[in-house]
Write a protein that binds this ligand. Structure first.
Ligand SMILES: NC(=O)c1ccc[n+]([C@@H]2O[C@H](COP(=O)([O-])OP(=O)(O)OC[C@H]3O[C@@H](n4cnc5c(N)ncnc54)[C@H](OP(=O)(O)O)[C@@H]3O)[C@@H](O)[C@H]2O)c1
Length: 372
């Protein structure tokens, strides 16, 4: 016999939750019918991990030339919390509240006008620097900064590539390495130093330099010396806290043709000068990825004096072609993303705090989905 339960009054809370549950149920079918999403944002400078707030906000609409991505994973970079600390004040963030993180990995669910080359359902990686948006269930990115994610590249691995791996690739190209891996075979072997080879950018730089046929010297903490040689394919590794590490001196006595300087601590030019190749027509280049005022001054002085040893301050603006190169190399198993730790979106602040502490090995990934 059919039991009829007594009805209770319908409340505002019931309406809110039924709408929320319906919108969750429709997630993944069509983003356009769901209007709200979970996100993590901050609303003022400072505050670190405790300044991050979990909120429900409207799903963004892709504008002309943009795609809307249903996020599967994002990766935190130092620049994310440096923006929060006010390093680019008052230009970045452009406005508050701000949803941070610019390395995106997920599925295209909507195309803005004028977008070609992508369709709904494509798995992609994207770089939304400096607009952020990655700590959310949906994020927009320019189609020109979005690349297909090959089937063999997981969402988490894909999230490590758009900034970290691309920065490593561009830094090595800037330093004069041929990263046309097929054509580079005939070149003389270059000696390359990668500082902070255990970090997000450095672990890709070491692998890419080795793949390009260079002799690679890595600096890292003592706990990561074997990671550098055994996993990242560096030929030699130095503990940055040792005297040789402080002098960035190659254990095998080599002078470097190229340095990719990823370590957050500035190294005085005279330290690099002693270990760079520069005689007999050689040109030693240091690509500085965290350039301060001193680095820009040194670079300007070297330009006007036509110095053979050069410091090149570099801020990378990753493009689609570069994302395709690194995603292809991961898919082929030629380089790998080392993931330090993974956090669900609901615990993104823990990944933020870990990145801020400065002792990440590889990358920090925030995973986003129905199941977390
Ligand atoms: N210019 C650009 O376009 C661009 C793009 C991306 C990143 N960046 C910058 O590049 C730098 C590196 O970024 P990231 O994501 O690779 O950083 P990260 O992952 O946070 O780097 C952490 C790693 O650096 C190591 N480390 C710390 N101090 C070191 C030192 N003095 N010598 C050698 N290793 C050291 C740490 O080792 P321990 O844990 O053992 O201490 C840790 O493994 C940051 O300053 C970032 O802002 C620039």
């Amino acid at each position: 016999m059919l039991q009829v339960r007594p009805r209770r009054a319908w409340s505002v809370a019931d309406t809110y939750w039924s709408e929320y549950l319906i919108s969750r149920a429709m997630a993944g079918t069509t983003a356009s019918r769901r209007t709200m999403m979970r996100a993590v944002q901050y609303d003022k400078y400072g505050g670190g991990a405790q300044g991050l707030k979990h909120v429900e906000v409207p799903i963004p609409k892709p504008k002309k030339g943009e795609v809307l991505i249903k996020m599967e994973a994002a990766s935190i970079n130092q620049v994310d919390w440096k923006f929060q600390s006010g390093i680019a004040r008052p230009f970045m963030p452009k406005k508050f509240p701000f949803i941070p993180v610019c390395e995106l990995s997920g599925e295209v669910v909507e195309l803005g006008s004028g977008v070609s080359g992508f369709k709904v359902g494509d798995k992609v990686i994207a770089n939304s620097f400096p607009d952020g948006g990655g700590l959310a269930e949906y994020a927009v990115a320019k189609a020109s900064r979005t690349a297909p994610r090959p089937p063999d590249v997981s969402a988490a691995d894909g999230a490590c590539l758009p900034i970290a791996a691309v920065t490593a690739l561009v830094a090595l190209r800037t330093a004069g390495l041929s990263l046309d891996f097929a054509a580079g075979a005939g070149e003389p072997k270059k000696n390359v130093l990668v500082t902070a080879a255990s970090g997000g950018v450095g672990h890709f730089a070491a692998q890419l330099a080795a793949l390009a046929g260079a002799h690679v010297t890595a600096t890292c903490g003592a706990r990561n010396l074997s990671l550098a040689t055994d996993i990242l394919a560096a030929d030699e590794a130095i503990d940055y806290a040792s005297p040789d590490g402080a002098a960035v001196r190659s254990p095998s006595g080599r002078l470097y043709d190229a340095v990719v300087h990823c370590a957050p601590a500035p190294v005085p030019w005279k330290v690099f000068d002693r270990v760079l190749a520069g005689g007999g027509g050689a040109v030693g280049v240091v690509v500085d990825l965290t350039p301060g005022a001193a680095a820009f001054a040194t670079a300007a002085r070297q330009r006007v004096t036509f110095a053979r040893k050069r410091l090149v301050p570099l801020i990378v603006s990753p493009a689609r072609e570069e994302m395709e190169v690194v995603a292809g190399l991961v898919a082929e198993g030629k380089i790998k993303a080392v993931i330090d730790s993974r956090y669900p979106l609901s615990r993104a602040e823990e990944g933020w705090a870990k990145s801020m502490a400065g002792h990440v090995t590889g990358k920090i990934v925030v995973e986003i989905g129905e199941d977390e």
